[in-house]
Design a protein around this ligand. Structure first.
Ligand code: ATP
Ligand code: MG
Ligand code: FE
Length: 346
């Protein structure tokens, strides 16, 4: 039967229902933007309470929309880490409750694995992307190059030494006086800017390997702020920032591809994958290597439950279910996923 996916690891509450072949039957996301905006960032305790208030209704909504009752389900997949512990406990406990009540297999899904496997969702690319492929995970909390070599087999090729790329967008946007979250606002501003006016450093460019560093870039943005006199100046700085980030990401991606011979594709995920400048730079890099760039639709790049249900389906197919005493993990590196946690109830 269909698999119910639940996501509550950060500031999006989400539920989705997928058929066993990966067809999306229903999906719903409720952003907590309004709750957190007054604080200029995600407040963990507020997030946990909002997940608790809204997850049951979202789950009921997708079941109703798809005309599926709990007894028809093939399993329940919930994000069990990494993320904010309060929300993880809400999502995983709700999922376990449904699994107990209806005698269903429970799947404790790693949020990053959800992002990593999205590209394999049938319908996104014909027949799905085959292993191995390069994943660039570019979000507010993560910035990594990952070799996706098989289900549960993820090798980190490189990661950020300081800030995540989304964090760099958010902090730079804040310095420019843009509203939180800064990424989308900065991209909009950059569209009318001249990227050549402000020279900014290009951290890590040309270095071996595929690690990232963004804190120096943020400092350079901070130092440019006093020079801003009007809206055009701000747009020029935004454009310069975005162009540098895109160039650095492309440079790192090129090295990462060289570290994964046999890659079938370059896949991008996370909120920063929504950025058109970033996408274009990465597409050029992938095409230069003779590979496609797989960029899921934006709603599947940012946090969602479709990816959690899909990772659950892939694990269910492999027979990897999880025990009901599985404990959510605020830190849970992808590299620790090779072995399934253990047998489940069904
Ligand atoms: P994680 O998934 O690692 O736990 P997260 O929930 O913060 O972290 P996402 O929801 O995937 O990550 O992405 C949010 C981030 O993406 C924010 O930093 C936001 O500024 C950035 N972002 C969103 N849209 C854009 C855009 N168009 N350009 C640049 N950055 C963007
Ligand atoms: Mg988010
Ligand atoms: Fe995420």
């Amino acid at each position: 039967g269909p698999v119910l996916g639940l996501e509550a690891s950060c500031d999006e509450t989400a539920a989705a229902l997928l058929a066993p072949d990966g067809t999306i039957l229903a999906e719903a996301v409720r952003s907590q933007l309004a709750e957190h905006t007054p604080f200029g960032g995600v407040v963990p305790e507020i997030a946990a309470r909002a997940h608790l208030a809204h997850l049951p209704a979202l789950a009921a909504q997708v079941m109703r929309e798809a005309g599926v009752s709990p007894a028809d389900l093939g399993g329940v997949a919930a994000t069990a880490g990494p993320g904010l512990i309060g929300g993880l406990i809400v999502g995983a406990s709700f999922g376990k409750g449904m699994a107990i009540a209806h005698n269903l297999p429970f799947l404790a899904v790693n949020h990053l694995e959800g992002h990593a496997l999205t590209a394999r969702l049938p319908g996104l690319v014909e027949d799905g992307v085959a292993f191995p492929y390069l994943l660039l995970l570019l979000s507010g909390g993560h910035c990594q190059c990952v070799a996706v070599e098989g289900l549960g087999q993820y090798r980190r090729l490189g990661s950020t030494l300081d800030d995540a790329v989304g964090e760099a967008f958010d902090k730079s946007a804040k310095l420019m006086g843009l509203p939180w979250p800064g990424g989308p606002a900065l991209e909009k501003l950059a569209a009318s800017g001249d990227p050549k006016r402000f020279p900014l450093p290009r951290p890590m460019l040309g270095r071996p390997g595929c690690d990232f560093s963004f804190s120096g870039l943020k400092t350079a943005v901070a130092q440019s702020i006093p020079k801003l006199e009007n809206e055009q100046d701000r747009a020029d700085l935004a454009a310069a920032f975005q162009r540098v980030v895109a160039a650095v990401l492309a440079d790192r991606a090129r090295n990462a591809l060289a570290m994964l011979p046999g890659a079938t594709a370059m896949v991008v995920a996370g909120g920063v994958a929504a950025n058109q400048g970033v996408r274009a730079a990465l597409r050029a890099e992938a095409e230069a290597a003779g590979l496609p760039l797989i960029a899921p639709p934006i709603r599947l790049c940012t946090d969602n439950a479709v990816m959690i249900a899909w990772a659950g389906i892939e694990r269910l197919r492999a027979g990897w279910t999880d025990p009901l005493d599985h404990a959510p993990r605020p830190r849970w590196p992808l590299a620790e996923l090779a072995e399934p946690a253990g047998p489940g109830v069904a």
